[in-house]
Design a protein around this ligand. Sequence first.
Ligand SMILES: Cc1cc2nc3c(=O)[nH]c(=O)nc-3n(C[C@H](O)[C@H](O)[C@H](O)COP(=O)(O)O)c2cc1C
Length: 201
Amino acid sequence: MDVLGINGSPHSDGNTAYALRYALDRLEEAGLSTEYVALGEKTLFPCRGCFACREGDCVHDDDMAQILRLMRAAGCILLASPVYMGLVTGQMKTMMDRSVAVRVRGFQLSGRLGAGIACGGFRNGGQELTLQCMHTFFLQQDMSAVADGPGFSHSGATIVGAADADEIGLQTIRNLTMKIAGIFGNRRAIPNDQPGGTALR
Ligand SMILES: Cc1cc2nc3c(=O)[nH]c(=O)nc-3n(C[C@H](O)[C@H](O)[C@H](O)COP(=O)(O)O)c2cc1C
């Protein structure tokens, strides 16, 4: 799979779902294969910090193993989160923390692309810090963060208010998806030496 979209909203049909599905539709139009995961529809328990994942399976028996399989199989991970108190949602942060399991066992997401969409209720509501939070996660996983490229070239895509009515926000999403598709077009997908799929180098 080329791009895995992960929605960090508790709402299945909210602004973040709209924005992420809009992005994945544009990527499909560009010829990339995509999958969509909604964290609000998954059971994810918080990381306990026990590092059992260094030696074997996580102590939690929930949906994170399936999400990690999808992440390893993706060439690009596109995170989309509502802004909650200026940052990503708890659901998104829990996913980030739990993904330490693939970091401590050989950086299994190394070389993937990462990009972000932040949806806030207000202008300057924390969208940029939310994107930076995602970028920091990508860097911790030895991934490469992608911005929205020529046009506006800021930190990714941002939505203010209702996603379907935010024309400038939707433009930032189109720019971001064009940037991702362009990188895929210019790079060769090669087998990753870690289990689970291919990485872009
Ligand atoms: C607990 C909570 C905290 C929020 N904090 C912010 C915030 O700091 N900045 C902002 O712009 N919007 C904030 N919002 C508004 C949401 O980010 C906004 O409504 C978003 O579009 C919701 O996305 P969704 O429909 O996908 O759930 C907050 C909403 C909730 C429920």
